[in-house]
Design a protein around this ligand. Structure first.
Ligand code: SF4
Length: 289
């Protein structure tokens, strides 16, 4: 199987078989994101996708593996096409444990509840959705193309359809000026959605992105590690999402945090305060995306 360009996947899909059903990201305009800038978005043909699945099934077909559908906007596929792919997976990987996918809130709300239920019944277990921030002002600034209402609606629809949601936010995305707004509005967003999983990355600017140019021009100030932790503490002090599995243990994060909301919030805040006292942050040179 030949992957087209660089392939990205969530940290928790590190051991999954990744199948590209789309190439790139349909939106591809977020000002901080450099992931798919080298790709022109397209939906792969049925033949391409089936060829990859069949080839991989000859190697791994009998194993109890997990399958992740990429690239950035895979849920944009028509429901009929996705159902066909899920049926191929059932046939070619009978021991497959779960199928997950990258999607946007826009992809979710374009589908109906019966469509989402049919995808869940055909094996789609979870959608990874990059909300990035709960603040409409920040979402507009980064040209996300979607607002918090879209995220809230998408979260409710997935819940109704019984598909798990893994939501991602980005620490520091509002810069110094919007630290408080980002923390409080993100806490409010998560409290309204109550996703099954919540992941935090920390902003890193790679490549020649519009946000990097803003920073270089002095129009936006990035947070230092202490401010990133201050923002996180504010978020944790205001979020209310019992049962959500929380992870901020990505290579981009200055401090690894993990736990269950709300139960483990006091312990995570203590961990942040200890790191602040001892200045024990992940060094810049060891951070990565
Ligand atoms: S952040 Fe997500 S939606 Fe935005 S350009 Fe990157 S891949 Fe596309």
């Amino acid at each position: 199987m030949n992957y087209e360009g660089t392939v990205y996947r969530p940290p928790s899909e590190a051991r999954s078989l990744i199948i590209q059903v789309t190439i790139g990201c349909r939106h591809n305009q977020c000002t901080f994101c450099s992931m798919y800038k080298d790709k022109v978005f397209r939906i792969r043909t049925r033949e391409e996708i089936y060829r990859d699945l069949e080839e991989m099934s000859q190697l791994y077909g009998s194993l109890p593996l997990r399958i992740f559908l990429a690239d950035g906007d895979a849920l944009t596929l028509d429901t009929d096409r996705l159902l066909e792919i899920l049926l191929w997976i059932i046939k070619l990987f009978p021991a497959c444990q779960r199928v997950t996918i990258y999607g946007t809130a826009g992809d979710v709300i374009k589908k109906s509840i019966p469509e989402l239920i049919s995808l869940r019944e055909a094996g789609l277990a979870m959608v990874y959705l990059g909300a990035e921030s709960g603040s409409d002002e920040i979402l507009k600034h980064i040209k996300k193309g979607l607002g918090r209402d879209h995220m809230i609606r998408a979260g409710a629809m997935l819940k109704e359809a019984g598909i798990d949601l893994s939501l991602t936010l980005i620490s520091g995305l509002g810069g110094r000026e919007h630290l408080k707004e980002h923390a409080l509005m993100s806490a409010d967003l998560v409290s309204r959605i109550r996703p099954e999983y919540l992941g935090f990355l920390t902003l890193m600017l790679e490549g020649d992105t519009p946000m990097r140019r803003e920073v270089e021009a002095g129009q936006m100030e990035l947070l230092d590690p202490g401010e990133v932790l201050e923002e996180m503490k504010l978020f944790l002090n205001h979020v209310d999402s019992p049962g959500t599995i929380f992870r901020a243990n990505h290579a981009s994060n200055y401090l690894n945090l993990r736990g269950q909301l709300n139960r483990d919030i006091p312990q995570m805040i203590r961990q942040i305060e200890n790191a602040e006292k001892t200045h024990s942050f992940r060094p810049e040179g060891l951070r990565g995306l």
